[in-house]
Design a protein around this ligand. Structure first.
Ligand code: PMP
Length: 345
């Protein structure tokens, strides 16, 4: 018998099952595609970068993030997607057996990463108004509290008052996942990451920036906090190509990204209206997706896939029940989803 790790025995492999569909609205990526600079960097520099290791700890990427985010390089850590930054932060700040508190529902990888590091996931239901239950989160005593705003999968946002009270009273680190912040009106917490000693904000190149295939994410916090995450991270988390493309996107493609995000938001609201006309009640969203409560979501999701439309299915979400999460992008894709939904419901 090979002595496998006991605590891993009951942990399932997380596999976002994907049947290829012509219209894939299941992963909240930028449905307009990848940024224009990526094509240039890959053609002009791609081959040249392959034979040698990238520079350790991604100094070029950190400089580009620092400029973009208006912070200094010492405030920045980066990782293989923002889920890697989250995973590194859990390992950096907690000992095995410690609790990680987070709102429920939220990003499914958080309890998963907690268990993989022998931490105790402690879900705290979101309030009925979709804001954070600050007292409930604090009552867990967790040394790391994760919050996500806009939240995946609900799309709802945490109020600034709630986040500030959490940060003021938390016994340890507050990790604020802002993977979808580019789609919000305000709602950006980088100022807290700059000024508070216990806040780490994570962001990603996977969503609004259209680079999910690259696996590049970043975090901003006080230098002392960032230094701990860097220990957990190790030197080589990016490919040299990924780093070069992400640097170009942050430097040259911000207007492109903003235009895509604005159109995704406009189409999200148009889709909301059309779904309401079908008698559905999407949650108020500030992400590039809508969560739509639908009875028997697995059946509906399968029927949509048969019509070549893939959306993310959730069963029994706390406070919501069964639901579909529909990514928003170019209107023709939304129209395909609507047409298929009308046939299925
Ligand atoms: N946070 C949230 C809330 C997400 O929805 C996702 C992707 N689904 C991530 C983090 C991770 O994204 P990535 O690792 O691609 O940066």
């Amino acid at each position: 018998m090979i002595p496998f790790r006991e605590t891993y025995r009951d942990i399932p492999l997380y596999s976002p099952a994907k049947k290829p569909c012509r219209v894939d609205l299941s992963d909240n990526t930028n449905l307009f595609g990848a940024p224009p600079s990526a094509d240039r960097v890959l053609r002009e520099e791609g081959f040249l970068r392959l034979a040698r290791y990238p520079a350790g700890y991604a100094p070029d990427l950190k400089r580009a993030v620092a400029t973009y985010a208006g912070v200094s390089v010492e405030n920045v850590t980066t990782g293989c997607g923002s889920d890697d930054v989250i995973d590194c932060a859990l390992r950096a700040f907690l000992e095995p057996g410690d609790a990680v508190a987070f709102p429920d529902p939220t990003f499914v990888m958080v309890p998963m990463y907690a268990r993989l590091s022998a931490l105790k996931p402690v879900p705290v239901p979101l309030r009925a108004d979709h804001d954070l239950d600050v007292n409930g989160l604090l009552a867990t005593g967790a040394k790391l509290i994760y919050v996500c705003t806009p939240n995946n999968p609900t799309g709802t946002v945490a109020s600034r008052a709630a986040v500030e009270r959490l940060v003021d009273s938390a016994p340890g680190v507050v990790l604020i996942d802002q993977a979808y912040v580019e789609f919000t009106r305000g709602g950006d917490f980088l100022d807290l990451a700059r000024t508070r000693p216990n806040v780490l904000v994570t962001r990603t190149m996977s969503k609004a920036f259209g680079l999910a295939g690259l696996r590049v994410g970043w975090g901003v916090g006080a230098p002392s906090l960032v230094a701990e995450v860097e220990k957990a991270r190790g030197p080589y988390k990016h490919t040299a190509l990924g780093e070069a493309v992400a640097v170009a996107a942050l430097t040259d493609d911000v207007p492109w990204m903003e235009a895509c995000a604005a159109e995704a938001v406009e189409n999200r609201e148009r889709l909301r209206g059309a779904l309401k006309a079908l008698g559905l009640e999407p949650l108020p969203s500030e992400g590039n997706f809508l969560l739509v409560p639908v009875p028997d979501a697995p059946r509906v999701g399968e029927a949509l896939r048969e019509r070549n439309v893939n959306v993310r299915v959730f069963e029994g979400l706390t406070g919501v029940g069964d639901a579909l999460r529909i990514g928003c992008g170019p209107w023709p894709m939304m129209a395909s989803a609507l047409k298929a939904l009308k046939e299925v419901l």
